[in-house]
Write a protein that binds this ligand. Structure first.
Ligand code: SF4
Length: 450
């Protein structure tokens, strides 16, 4: 298999193959490849070889990428030499052949294609698809006036039909059928816990019934179908304190009738951790705090609960947990589970962080996040808003929350009135920013909350 990839690689760019194979050392290889890519660029720029304008732009860009990849500077930063690997491949070096992955080879196959102006992007992804479906492709540069208008309109109708089929593969959470199905799921969950619809509409009930422990896994197994791999991954997560949690509301968005994710792929993928992810997290448990801190927050926090990376914007993190845990969370290095009591900041440390905002008059924009800050009680939210709104320099306050998606019943009339009361058009903006992963998360409950 790998041999095929290697053959394909050099078929895409026999010149590079020859230059690398003939080179006596890395320095010589680098020099000859730089000359090769310069000559290629010259050909395109001088019009000796004419490419479609999209291919032209992509070719120039990919030549630059290639030059970066083979540069000494890049090698120093990356800590290894890509060029050495490529050269080793031309010389049939067994160790290198075994070490490189198919992905590495694929990357270069595509890079070489693009450098040659053969990325095949000029027709887009849709044109070949439409052609296969018998749609006549019009060259719009060759028609004019009404004829052009009609041709374009007909073409756009066909385009719509195709896109519509794509979109319809993923049902919206507001589809009548899906609403009914989820009402059934909701009833099943309520019956299981002996609860009522009033409980369901009370966010506190959901917070008390988040699925997050080994016992909860047993409840989950009784409520929904899970694959063996799902169960194993959840077990590893719970045993190793890797963040995991699902609210009853979000569970009701699952397709209860099957475990293969055919319909609810993106819903399940939000909350059921993949096995490779939990294995990696487990492996790096001890150094997790640094290993998974992708945003480098350890080095960008001038004060407890504050993260600053920009001149006029900073983050305030009054709570470090959420009712539900997203698998991809960038704060999984510090969050250990849903609604952990210790994740709530003390009033004193919160006030110290707010003092920091008061002192730094460059802070025009405050992003309140966490964790999910809308799980805070109304009183705490009011306190934060009161203090921020006393700061003349703060003109934009953003609450970043997945609550509308994970626990929409938390968005009560009282809460919306409270947050909205701080809006001062033309003087101070207040908004709630949320993140919806897919159409099926857009339920009537979410719509109402929003
Ligand atoms: S809502 Fe945000 S902070 Fe909470 S788990 Fe998801 S990504 Fe992380």
């Amino acid at each position: 298999m790998k041999r095929n990839f290697i053959q394909k690689l050099w078929k895409e760019n026999p010149e590079v193959f020859e230059l690398l194979k003939e080179s006596k050392n890395l320095k010589e290889a680098r020099q000859s490849l730089f000359k090769f890519s310069k000559d290629l660029e010259w050909k395109y720029r001088e019009g000796e070889e004419v490419l479609h304008k999209l291919e032209y732009a992509a070719a120039l860009e990919s030549i630059e990428v290639f030059n970066n990849l083979i540069s000494s500077r890049n090698e120093k930063i990356a800590g290894f030499s890509t060029l050495d690997y490529l050269r080793g491949l031309t010389k049939d070096n067994q160790d290198i052949t075994e070490e490189v992955s198919d992905g590495f080879l694929e990357e270069f196959i595509h890079l070489f294609k693009t450098m040659k102006g053969k990325a095949d992007i000029s027709s887009g992804w849709l044109k070949p698809l439409l052609e296969r479906n018998g749609v006549e492709i019009i060259d719009f540069t060759k028609v004019e006036g009404r004829e052009a208008g009609i041709a374009r309109s007909n073409y756009l109708d066909k385009l719509y039909e195709k896109v519509h089929v794509f979109i319809n593969r993923y049902p919206s959470g507001c589809d009548e059928e899906l609403i009914k199905e989820r009402e059934g799921n909701r009833q099943k969950i309520l019956d299981y816990f002996g609860a009522t619809l009033d409980d369901w509409n009370d966010h506190q009930w959901h917070l008390k019934h988040i699925f997050h422990s080994m016992d909860d896994l047993e409840h989950l197994k009784k409520l929904v179908l899970l694959t063996g791999e799902d169960m194993e991954a959840i077990e590893i997560a719970i045993e190793n304190k890797i963040p995991f949690g699902i609210t009853p509301y979000y569970l009701s968005l699952f397709d209860f009738s099957r475990s293969d994710r055919k319909i609810d792929y993106q819903v399940r993928s939000q909350v059921i951790p993949p096995i490779h992810y939990v294995t990696l997290m487990k492996e790096h448990r001890k150094e997790r705090a640094y290993y998974f801190d992708f945003m480098g927050e350890h080095d960008t926090s001038p004060k407890e609960l504050v993260t600053r990376r920009y001149p006029m914007i900073s983050i305030l993190k009054p709570i470090d947990t959420c009712p539900q845990i997203c698998v991809y969370c960038q704060r999984n290095w510090e969050i250990t589970g849903p609604m952990m009591p210790e994740a709530m900041s003390s009033k004193e440390s919160l006030d110290r962080a707010l003092d920091w905002f008061a002192k730094h008059t460059s802070m025009k924009d405050v992003l309140i996040t966490g964790g999910d800050p809308l799980v805070l009680g109304d009183e705490r939210i009011e306190h934060i808003m009161d203090r921020l709104c006393q700061m003349e320099h703060v003109i934009n306050i953003r609450w970043a929350s997945r609550i509308p998606v994970t626990l929409p019943m938390r968005i009560t009339d009282k809460l919306t009135k409270l947050i909205g009361s701080y809006l001062k058009p033309g003087k101070r903006n207040v908004c709630v920013v949320t993140h919806i992963e897919g159409a099926s998360e857009v339920t009537p409950e979410l719509a109402e909350a929003v």
